[in-house]
Ligand binder design. Structure first.
Ligand code: ZN
Length: 182
């Protein structure tokens, strides 16, 4: 039944289109150039996944921090004291977030950076949870939680301290000259 209906519909559509083309040839050719394009998102780089999909690609700990804005315990993250040269990418989507050039020892117990890797790296959000007013830092591409940014960073640099969970990051050492956003 359904298939028959579909065939009939297709035939009907074709006959309508072809008759229209014949009767208004000029109008039809003009129409082609004016056909509205499909609506596409301005930011094609945004990564959108359902929470179920994130759960499949992240470990429980990663999911808790990245998608539920959890915080790893201080001095436990694997990148807190790392000094190697390289880039730090988003653990969830691979977006370049920070570089070792702006990493410094803050003593806060989490990896600290005084700047991000450029205007496609991170996004700031006001976070009033736990009775505190803080600025949350999320990945600009996939909106996963990374940490917070404070204004007690090195004064001779930006004055900012990006306090980031190690578990939100994926470090890749500088072997090749990886394209830096800046
Ligand atoms: Zn991301």
């Amino acid at each position: 039944m359904n298939r028959l209906n579909l065939i009939l519909w297709v035939l009907l559509s074709f006959s309508l289109v072809s008759s229209k083309c014949q009767s208004t040839k000029n109008a039809a050719s003009k129409q082609i150039t004016e056909t509205p394009k499909k609506k596409t998102s301005m930011d094609t780089t945004t990564v959108i996944k359902s929470e179920e999909e994130w759960k499949k690609v992240l470990s429980d700990e990663e999911y808790n921090v990245l998608r539920e804005a959890g915080t790893e315990r201080p001095f436990t993250g694997k990148y807190t004291d790392l000094k190697a040269d390289g880039n730090y990418y988003c653990k969830a989507c691979g977006n370049l977030l920070f570089t070792s050039e702006t990493k410094y020892h803050s003593g806060c117990g989490w990896p600290a950076f005084y700047d991000n890797a450029g205007n496609t790296a991170v996004e700031n959000r006001i976070d009033n949870s736990y009775g505190m007013s803080r600025v949350e830092v999320v990945c600009k591409k996939c909106k996963s939680h990374l940490g917070h940014v404070f204004e007690d960073g090195p004064r001779d640099k930006t004055g900012l301290r990006y306090c980031i969970n190690s578990i939100s990051l994926d470090f890749k050492e500088d072997s090749t000259n990886d394209a830096k956003v800046k």
